[in-house]
Ligand binder design. Sequence first.
Ligand SMILES: Nc1nc2c(ncn2[C@@H]2O[C@H](COP(=O)(O)OP(=O)(O)O)[C@@H](O)[C@H]2O)c(=O)[nH]1
Ligand SMILES: [Mg+2]
Length: 296
Amino acid sequence: MAFWKSFQKFPQDKPNSKDDQADGVMFDQPWRNINWIKSEIVEELKEFALCNPEVKQLRFLMAGPIGGGKSSFVNSVNSAFQNRVTNIAIMSTTTNTSCTTVYKNYKIKNGTGGTLSFIFTDTMGLEDGQEHGAHPGDLNNALHGNLPECYKFNPLRCLTSQDIGYISKPSLEEKTHCLICVVSGNSISQMSNEVISKLKQVFKEATEIGIPQVVIMTTIDQVCPLVKKDLQNVYKSKKIREKMAVCSDTLSIPMTCIFPVKNYHEETETNDDIDVLLLSALKQIIHFANDFTEEL
Ligand SMILES: Nc1nc2c(ncn2[C@@H]2O[C@H](COP(=O)(O)OP(=O)(O)O)[C@@H](O)[C@H]2O)c(=O)[nH]1
Ligand SMILES: [Mg+2]
């Protein structure tokens, strides 16, 4: 059975109040529950116990179109734990040039001198054309744990078992435990068929080896002004839900595995609501990955 089929069915939309019906933009009640108390979720994540003794660190592979917000997501999660806006993964100032060209691991500090029990691996974005962006074969390599750290992506060809640096016998810790596809909610509808097809190849490979997959939908502040004004409106906003449905249809990923977030992009100080939404998504990712390692 596919890993997501065991999750609860999607709750029914609640009917709107009269005022909201007049606007037609908000559900009366949020359709997903979020505990907006940051300290509680931070504690939960810091104390999280991994179930497979051979895996001391969960590995999350970030993939997605160029400019989707992969590097910003890593930075934002790190910022949420440090209580200050950090910049460990280089972000681009535009959405059409790839800053990330090497395969790089990012550990997240716990804020008290140690690191948390997971690492993100950031990858080059997927682009149109065979001579641009990450080669889907290399993302498949990364899923299997075959890519060495600091590997420089070559859009024209992927690493093979004949090449120097190829990890032919990866340890359980070198393998990916969750695939995180990061897309911008604001531009998902304009994503080209070629990029969608490259992404689907990676999802297919992950499905074949049983690796859980999630979609992080970024830029929700740009999708809905009511969410920009108050992030706690995220699961009341019809626009956000519509964009999530577009992500679900486009990438063939169930809604239960799609998480809308706002990354830090212009702020100089952290904000509890931004952090809670990021950390709630992270919590699900950690659970999916941990469940996966139990069966390895
Ligand atoms: N408004 C807004 N901008 C974002 C968000 N996430 C990322 N960005 C911006 O989108 C651009 C691309 O982000 P980046 O993390 O470099 O994308 P990557 O290519 O997938 O690593 C940068 O200019 C970010 O500041 C978000 O949630 N909201
Ligand atoms: Mg990047």
